[in-house]
Structures are given as structure tokens and as C-alpha cells.
Design a binder for this molecule. Sequence first.
Ligand SMILES: [Zn+2]
Length: 263
Amino acid sequence: MPMDIPILWPIYAAVFIVGSGIGSFLNVVIYRVPRGESIVKPGSHCPHCNHAIKPYENIPILSYIFLRGRCSGCQKPISPRYPAVEALMGGLAMLMLWKYGLTREFFIYSALSAVLIALSVIDIQTMRLPNPIVLTGAILALGLNLILRFDFLWQMLAGVLVGLLLMAFMGVVGKLLFRKEALGMGDVKLAAMIGLFVGLWHTLGMFVLGIAVGALVGIATTVISGKDWSRRIPFGPFLALGTILSLLWGKPLWQWYIHLAMR
Ligand SMILES: [Zn+2]
């Protein structure tokens, strides 16, 4: 491990605090972008009573706890999604620090985590991956990679290409299996955006791990709920999860697999 937790715990704490603050902004994006609202104006307000949220009511995670999950204006419950997204972003930023140390990869993959959290929650809620967010992600990937690691250029190109090819392949297989369009264009664009961020190897990791987890969850929920086998489930969150798993544990998982396969 690049860092020793007990000595560097203040850095971990700072990263969690900044991360949960970014998570608070992601909540705004998650609520407003699918509704076509501006993410800057107006200021945060309760969707039920329009109560303007005061600065001390806007502290990530803590405000939800001291407000006991209710709006101070109308007492209607605040969605637990708010503290959950804040904690998730803070937690993922900490995991990236644990894995990569204070490196350029830490910054690049924390930025990717933020984009993936916003897109996953929106995909689960609306079955859509809004173009403006995917495009913002692609611009972030291009900018951060070109500024922080120019030597990554070929990896970026390979990542996009392989992302697109694998999704096209999956689209064909899905069509044969389910006899209808299994993948949306949103999923294809998402895979290309992730490829631009992480390069060739983690794009492969995203694909393998995303499909593995997606298939497990798909089979489990179909068996448990008894719903239509070919019903549409959002695939974006699985691509996101596959990416995060690959970034954090791709190498040990791959080594474990080779170890099993070559016995
Ligand atoms: Zn209210």
C-alpha cells in the first residue's frame, strides 16, 4: 500500500470531507439535470415547500442527521439519497487515495468516480444517461489526462476504441439473446467516456467485471422477483461498478483468475 493510514489519517479525513462536499453538488446535478433545470440558479431549496436551505442545513451528511432527515420548513422527509451520495463520494475518494496515494491517478479517478455516481443514480431513477453529463465527463477525461499524464494519449485512444467495440459486440449478443434492443446508445457513449478516462486495460476490466456483476444481479433479481427475464434493467450502474472495481482491485482479481485457470 502506498500510504500508512494511522500516520496519514488527517489527509484521509480531509479527502473524505472534500469528497462529501462534491457529493453534495452531485445531489444537485442528480435532481436538476433530468428535469432540465439549471445547476447554478436558484440556490438549494426544499422541493415541497420551497424553503431556502440555509448554509448550516447544507453540511454534507451531518445536516441530514441533525435535521433528523426532515425539512425544517415543512417537516417532509428528505430523501436518504442525499447523505448516501455524499458518503459514497467521500468513501470512493478515500479508497482512491488508499489505492493510488496522492498521485495524478488519484485526482483523475476521483473525478471519474464523481461523474459515475451522478450517472448511475440518474440511470437507476430515470433509465437515462443524460448527454450533457456524459459529455462533461469526456471533456474532464480529455482535459485531466492531457494536462496530468500526456504519455497516456495512446491508452486513451485505445480505451475509447475498445469501449465502443465491446459495447457493439454486447449489443449484437444481447439482441440475439433477448430478440430486442438490449443496450441503449447511452450505455455505448458511457463506455466510450470511461475508456477515455481509464485507458485500455481498465476498459477491459470494466467490461468483464461489469457484465459479471450485472449478470449475477440480473439473475438473482429475476429469480427472486419472478419478473420477465428480458425486462430492461439499467446497465450504466454496472459499467460504473465494473470500472471502480477494476481501478481498485483489477490486478489482484486478474491474478486470482489466472491462478485458478492455470492450475
Ligand atoms: Zn420543505
